[in-house]
Ligand binder design. Structure first.
Ligand code: ADP
Ligand code: MG
Length: 290
């Protein structure tokens, strides 16, 4: 294959979970303090026990609105919560309260400065509120997994970008800008070690000059900015090699292993979830005044 034919361009979009710095959880008064003994900080509401009712934490809403204003977005009013159904050992209640239609924040952007001169706009499609799940611990136990539900019900904002990135370096610049913005408005401590900022990166490759999007893969579980950059570079090379060899890129989810510097296949598109979203019956839509 001649050189002209192997002229590829990467396309990247991010989904970033930011843990909000509230003292109590998104729908309950339980503490969010990090590092407490396992399973001491999830109350009946966080665990979704029968008969309990969630109440939205006002601080969470304020932080999300501040974030929306900081990224030049629209604030939806009313904004509405939705129930996303799935079971996982660290989500024993069987659903997560999230947002689908009318997320609190919609249609904003952040700018990054490329090579110290050109400004590039990165579109932010939406940012919605949701509760976090607990944590599965695989390392401390032999032949078992531990479940710590302390994190259940912690407030998250999930930020979804447009597929506006063309290089892993741009992604890193954006993450720096995003972190600075969120820290400045006091919405999160952005402590990477404590998982305050978690990045999933979607990536595809297409012929330079083409406007069609290629098949994407999703890289999950990356908890450092340099990890995101390295994982993306590796995956872009793999996709280019696949396409150069005349094969197609399969839609799949990949897990980044930071110690081994490698990507492992987690699931293919056929195994993807159907979450059966429906409007959250326990929370009324929220009207935001000017
Ligand atoms: P899905 O329904 O598979 O989750 P979404 O349309 O919700 O996909 O997009 C999720 C993220 O993936 C967004 O950040 C978006 O910008 C990005 N994205 C979507 N399509 C592509 C693509 N072909 N290549 C790279 N990124 C993409
Ligand atoms: Mg998605």
């Amino acid at each position: 294959m001649d050189k002209e034919m192997s002229n590829w361009e990467a396309v990247i979009g991010l989904e970033v979970h930011v843990q909000l710095a509230t003292k109590s959880k998104i729908f309950s008064g339980a503490s969010t303090l990090f590092g407490s003994p396992p399973n001491t900080q999830a109350c009946n509401i966080d665990l979704g026990m029968p008969g309990v009712l969630p109440v939205l934490n006002k601080e969470v809403l304020k932080m999300a609105i501040k974030f929306g204003l900081a990224i030049n977005a629209s604030i939806n009013s009313p904004t509405q919560f939705a129930r996303k159904n799935y079971f996982y050992p660290d989500l024993p209640k069987g659903y997560q309260i999230s947002q689908l239609d009318s997320p609190i924040v919609e249609g904003g952007f952040l700018q990054i400065e490329i090579e110290g001169e050109r400004l590039k706009k990165i579109g932010i499609t939406r940012a919605h509120l949701e509760e976090d799940a607990g944590k599965s611990l695989h390392e401390e136990f032999e032949n078992h997994s531990g479940i710590d539900l302390n994190r259940a019900g912690t407030a998250l904002v999930e930020i979804v970008t447009e597929p506006d990135f063309r290089t892993p370096a741009d992604v890193r610049l954006f993450l720096g800008e995003l972190k600075q913005t969120v820290e400045y408005i006091g919405a999160s401590n952005c402590n990477m070690e404590e998982g305050d900022l978690r990045v999933d990166a979607n990536v595809s490759v297409r012929r330079s000059g083409s406007s069609r999007l290629g098949n994407k893969t999703e890289i999950k579980n990356v908890n450092s900015f340099s990890g995101v950059e390295r994982a993306l570079s590796l995956e872009i090379s793999r996709q280019i090699a696949t396409l150069d060899a005349g094969s197609a890129v399969g839609q799949q989810t990949l897990l980044w292993d930071d110690h081994r510097e490698e990507l492992r296949k987690m699931r293919s598109k056929e195994e993807s979830h159907d979450y059966r979203y429906f409007p959250e019956p326990d929370l009324s839509p929220v009207r935001v005044t000017q």
